[in-house]
Design a protein around this ligand. Sequence first.
Ligand SMILES: [Zn+2]
Length: 54
Amino acid sequence: MSQTYKGSCFCGAVQIEVTGDPLGMGYCHCASCRSWSAGPVNAFTLWPEGATRW
Ligand SMILES: [Zn+2]
């Protein structure tokens, strides 16, 4: 069964939708991810090309 996940930016002007299963997901706390996410840890998912719609 194909799952669809929907999200948006804080104000809702940009909407995103992904369908299917992610290629990968995880948590990282390296210096680059901490800087990029402005937090102690970065949670992420990686999706195949064509699975996302803006
Ligand atoms: Zn990292």
